[in-house]
Design a protein around this ligand. Sequence first.
Ligand code: 9Z3
Length: 349
Amino acid sequence: MSTTTSTSSGPFSAESYFATQPPPPTLEHDIDGVRAFLSRQAGKGRKVVLVTSGGTTVPLELNVVRFLDNFSAGTRGATSAEYFLQAGYAVIFMHRQFSLQPFSRHYSHSTNPFLDFLEIIGNDPTIGVTPSKKAHLLEILSAYKSVQNEGILHTLTFVTVNDYLWLLRAVSQELSTMKRKALYYLAAAVSDFFLPRRKMFEHKIQSGKGNLSIEMDQVPKILKPMVEEWSRDGYIVSFKLETDQTLLIPKARAALERYGHQVVIGNDLNRRKFEVVFISRKLPATPNAEGDRKAAGGEPDSGQASSTSVATWLRLDPQAVEQGKEIEEDIVAELVKRHQRWIEEESEI
Ligand code: 9Z3
């Protein structure tokens, strides 16, 4: 299949996108749930994070048989959600249907099938947990049950990039009522291209007529309205995925400068489990700001100096990763600190 990008009718703005593409049928119901969840959390004075996770699809047909997909298992999002819960946040976990989820991710059917945790006991057989697996299971199960009892995890699903965009806008608008207590952690892998409704095939695309050419439109840059309109006071963290290391910092930096949000986390596809880079705005050059920068471990990226931003690398020893250390623990710890400072700054204004 060959694809070319459309230039004929001009790119979609966020506004023209939402004016022409239909909302998912479950949107209102989903947002009622989010509203109820947020009002419970606000009552308890909790900080709330929206974690997006997993890849979005772009269906080619209305009666969908074929679609383009974005790579993401949902590990980053599901793992981070657990660490945010541990840090006392309430979490809205907005994820691609069937991608990894907090807690159950430890027993993914492909890497750690749950049937391997069970054994048949006795002559009148009953089921037990394999003794060597008990301690780990107990730990995960206790955390899961306590999150359920406290009601601090709310889950939403998307499949297509259209579902994702509509949900993201509506959830962000609701979450903006939490002002600075809201954190946005945009780890989902979002398609840059899509097929607008009017260009989609109605039925399964038939073969037998040679090559297939599809002209796709660019997905509007939603971080712009998100920062400027939907979630003004929130602390917004986006991810930038690259496969060419040399593009990582320049592209992450460009995103920060273009949208003016708080942090872009750059990650290379093949190194993402042990290395990420935080790009954030350089603090004013006062003695205090210098102290803050050092405290955050930030160092100007001398190789690619910028007068406006700071690059802070988080790295793990790959061996530690093999032994079970998760880089999301450090990413979340760093963000919790930065978010807290952001909340405290408001009271100083
Ligand atoms: C990421 O970069 C995530 O960290 C990964 C996580 C998708 C790499 P896994 O789920 O992988 O653990 O397997 N997410 C953002 C990717 C993205 O689409 N970013 C956009 C871009 O790069 C900007 S929002 O242009």
